[in-house]
Design a protein around this ligand. Structure first.
Ligand SMILES: N[C@@H](CCC(=O)N[C@@H](CS)C(=O)NCC(=O)O)C(=O)O
Length: 248
């Protein structure tokens, strides 16, 4: 009965547990927290992939080749043979259904819903507000809310804006997770919520100097993520396209 709560896709497309698919390609940018979510999942599931760097700082995501892959010009994009998927949530669900090793969703429906909710808080209510604000001078030539605030209000205001939304989201996550968190966000196993939280907490600390003492649960989770190679290897400082001056 429990297996019914985590059904296989209708078609017979589930890859063998041991599959190491050499054909996966991930279009990614080192600093992108959305790309980082997918990098963690690929690491957890033991899936080898080709890293295709897309330099957002140079506007490569607006080039015709990339727009052809993702019409909205965002990383990440995953290519699995002839299947092209963009949006980290969609990519993660695809990976979860095709590559069943290291499940990203708990069987318990309530905990599963909490994972979706936490992921959605990060991806819908936090990350879009920080899109394309760099650190240490990495500010990108994109047209987005940050550039808009910089030009129409003033450059300082964009950091105030980002921090407001990160802290609002983190405060909600603290309340949401207090009855579910164990070593990780929704228990003692790594699940979907953790893949969204780790890059977001990392960005909050490194890019936006958020005072994490306000968020004890998230701080504790961050320490646990820092112990896991699958998370550490996915972080911005360790990517093939990370600028040398940022490498730890
Ligand atoms: N909902 C999308 C958002 C993707 C997104 O915002 N990607 C950022 C990097 S984290 C990006 O490509 N930004 C380029 C731009 O704003 O021009 C996802 O989760 O993949």
């Amino acid at each position: 009965m429990r297996a019914l709560l985590h059904p296989a896709p209708q078609s017979a497309e589930v890859a063998p547990l041991t599959s190491l698919n050499k054909k996966l390609k991930l279009y990614s940018f080192w600093m992108s927290s959305c790309s980082c979510r997918v990098r963690i999942a690929l690491n957890l599931k033991g899936l080898d992939y080709e890293y295709k760097a897309v330099n957002l700082a140079k506007g490569e995501h607006f080039g015709p080749e990339f727009v052809n892959l993702n019409p909205i010009s965002f990383v990440p994009v995953l290519v699995d043979e002839d299947i092209v998927i963009s949006d980290s949530f969609a990519i993660l669900m695809y990976l979860e259904e095709k590559y069943r090793q290291h499940p990203l969703l708990p069987l318990d429906l309530q905990r599963r819903a909490i994972n979706y909710q936490a992921a959605s808080i990060v991806s819908s209510s936090i990350q879009p507000h920080q899109n394309i604000v760099g650190c240490d001078g990495y500010c990108f030539p994109a047209v987005n809310v940050q550039r808009y605030i910089e030009e129409k209000v003033n450059p300082e205001e964009k950091l105030v804006w980002v921090k407001y939304h990160i802290e609002k989201g983190f405060a909600a996550l603290e309340k949401l997770l207090k009855d579910y968190a164990g070593k990780y966000a929704t228990g003692n196993e790594v699940h979907l919520a953790d893949l969204f939280l780790a890059p977001q907490i990392h960005a909050a600390i490194k890019r936006f100097s958020v005072d994490m003492t306000q968020f004890p649960i998230l701080s504790r989770l961050n320490e646990a993520y820092n112990e896991l190679p699958a998370f550490q290897d996915a972080m911005p400082e360790k990517q093939p396209d990370t600028p040398v001056e940022v490498i730890d």
